[in-house]
Every structure is written in structure tokens, then in C-alpha cells.
Design a binder for this molecule. Structure first.
Ligand SMILES: CC(C)(COP(=O)(O)OP(=O)(O)OC[C@H]1O[C@@H](n2cnc3c(N)ncnc32)[C@H](O)[C@@H]1OP(=O)(O)O)[C@@H](O)C(=O)NCCC(=O)NCCS
Length: 182
């Protein structure tokens, strides 16, 4: 069962559902997805994925399933993790799980939606993320959602026999309010 918590044109955020642990395990084991998340090196099993979703659900963490309104289908997940209560600073991240559903604007729409939730509901001051330099879709999606590139960590990620830079992206409340006016 999905619950319409916060919506945009085509999508809504729903609390995660532990019954989806198999589809998440399938997605996370797909290299085209996990190379971008940086966790391809881990052995993520149905059990560990189920336990992770259970933890998120029990603690009411701000990790959400992305549900397409048209067919009530789960297509990915986006979430926020508080990094400083005092500075109201959150890490943001997520993905569109099914390969066939990527490149249709869902990732950008979902990122805009979770960003709006962070600023308008959680009163965030800054959201940030790190994106590996080869992940052109993710960098473009972040920029389209109003995030700015603020620097990079060089050789931060060893994958596929070589090092890759990590691009730092962030959006402040001021940036968000400005982008809303445009
Ligand atoms: C990164 C991701 C979230 C983007 O979501 P998406 O729905 O596929 O992307 P969108 O359709 O919103 O496209 C965003 C922009 O990137 C562009 N884009 C999409 N795929 C691209 C690719 N392979 N190379 C370059 N640009 C690409 C799109 O054309 C679009 O720009 P445009 O509107 O100017 O044409 C999604 O592809 C994904 O989940 N990938 C795997 C996991 C991952 O990398 N997660 C992010 C970790 S930081």
C-alpha cells in the first residue's frame, strides 16, 4: 500500500513499504544504478535490504518511495538525512530504479519534490549531495532542480579500476526561494 504524502504533477512521496524489499534489492544490485550510489562493492541481500527498510520505517526517517500517480507504481526512492540539527543541513539523495523509467524527467521531478519538502516542511537551510563526475544525468538533474556546483573532492571514488572525482552540489534556502520566483 502506498500513501500520498506529498505530490507533484506525476509523482508522490509515500512512506517506504517493507513489502518492496525485493524490487529494491533488484535495483541496488544493478550496476548501472549502484555505480552511481557508490555501493556496488557491497553485497546487498534481500535480508539486509529488508532490515534497512524496516529500520527506516520504524524510525520514521525521511526516506520515501517515489510513486507514479498514473499507475500507482513504485519507480524509485529519494530521501533526506539530517547532518546538523543546528544548521538545518541535510544530505539529499535518491534514484529512479527501473532503467526503462530513467531519462523521462522523473528523477528531476522527484528531486524537486523532496527539495520542496525539505525547505517548506522541514525548514531546511541547506541541502547537499556528492555526485561522481561520470554521472552526467545526475549532475544535470541536480542543476535543473536548482542545485549549484560548489566544488569537488578529487579521486574520492575508486570504481572500475580507476579513481573518479566527486562533485559537490548544494542548494540553500535563498537559492530555493529565488528559483521559486522564476
Ligand atoms: C540520476 C537519475 C536520478 C536521473 O534521473 P532521470 O529521471 O533518469 O533523469 P531526467 O530524465 O530527470 O533527466 C535529467 C537530465 O539529464 C539528462 N540525462 C539523462 N540521462 C543522461 C545521460 N545518460 N547522460 C547525460 N545526460 C543525461 C536528461 O536529458 C535531462 O536533461 P534535459 O532535460 O536537459 O534533457 C537517474 O538516472 C538514476 O537514478 N540513475 C541511477 C542512480 C544514480 O546515479 N543516482 C544518483 C546518485 S547521485
Amino acid at each position: 500500500m502506498y500513501y500520498k504524502k506529498y505530490e507533484s504533477d506525476r509523482l508522490f512521496l509515500s512512506p517506504m513499504n517493507v513489502d518492496d524489499h525485493q524490487i529494491y534489492t533488484k535495483w541496488i544490485n544493478d550496476e548501472t544504478l549502484s555505480c552511481g550510489l557508490g555501493n556496488f562493492r557491497f553485497n546487498i541481500t534481500e535480508l539486509s535490504e529488508k532490515e534497512w527498510i524496516e529500520k527506516v520505517c520504524k524510525n520514521g526517517e525521511h526516506h520515501y518511495s517515489i510513486i507514479r500517480k498514473e499507475d500507482n507504481k513504485v519507480i524509485g526512492t529519494y530521501g533526506l538525512e539530517v547532518k546538523s540539527e543546528v544548521s538545518r543541513r541535510f544530505h539529499v539523495g535518491g534514484f529512479i530504479g527501473e532503467i526503462d523509467e530513467r531519462g523521462k524527467g522523473y528523477g528531476t521531478e522527484a528531486l524537486k519534490l523532496i527539495t520542496k519538502f525539505a525547505f517548506e516542511i522541514l525548514n531546511a537551510e541547506t541541502l547537499f549531495s556528492g555526485i561522481y563526475a561520470f554521472n552526467k544525468a545526475s549532475i544535470k538533474s541536480a542543476k535543473k532542480a536548482g542545485y549549484k556546483v560548489s566544488g569537488k573532492f578529487r579521486n574520492a571514488y575508486f570504481y572500475n579500476g580507476e579513481y573518479h572525482d566527486e562533485i559537490c552540489v548544494e542548494i540553500t534556502k535563498e537559492d530555493y526561494l529565488e528559483s521559486k520566483e522564476q
